[in-house]
Write a new protein. Structure first.
Length: 152
């Protein structure tokens, strides 16, 4: 195996009914900081961070955007709970191959050209063998740090 990382868990996304209420909870309970808020055609998203992990609080606008079509229980935009995990990887192509060889099923997304400043970041979504959504990227997420500094 190479010295490259197989992946670092750096993103957790929660599907919530009220982002403001959830944001206050994570700020007051755990000291999470607001990093950014995004409005897209698919969802309203609040990104928070503890300095290493990116926590996305998501209000999906449609069942399609929430992944209902590939959900075993047909859970859509009204689902509340853990929506997906995200791994920051060094080699997207190799990771895609490993996921598929391990029983993961492609769901959506693709890499963006690194020179495309407008894109910002991307995620490739898979369903794991238990149907849990897993994201991979080599560009990271808002508020996430791939390799946190260590105090030696």
């Amino acid at each position: 195996m190479s010295n490259k990382s197989r992946g670092k868990l750096r993103h957790i996304a929660l599907s919530v009914p009220n982002r403001v209420k959830s944001q206050k909870f994570y700020e007051n309970s755990f000291g999470m900081k607001l990093v950014r808020e995004n409005e897209t055609p698919m969802a309203s998203v609040t990104y928070m961070s503890d300095g290493v992990m990116s926590l996305a609080l998501i209000e999906y606008k449609s069942d399609e955007a929430a992944g209902k079509a590939t959900s075993l229980k047909e859970e859509g935009k009204d689902f509340i709970g853990l929506h997906h995990l995200g791994f920051w990887v060094d080699d997207v192509i190799q990771t895609k191959k490993s996921i598929e060889e391990s029983g993961g099923k492609y769901m959506m997304g693709d890499m963006v050209d690194k020179s495309d400043e407008e894109a910002g970041y991307y995620e490739i979504k898979y369903r794991d063998p238990d149907n849990i959504i897993v994201d991979i990227t080599h560009t990271g997420w808002v508020g996430a740090v791939k390799e946190p500094e260590t105090n030696s």
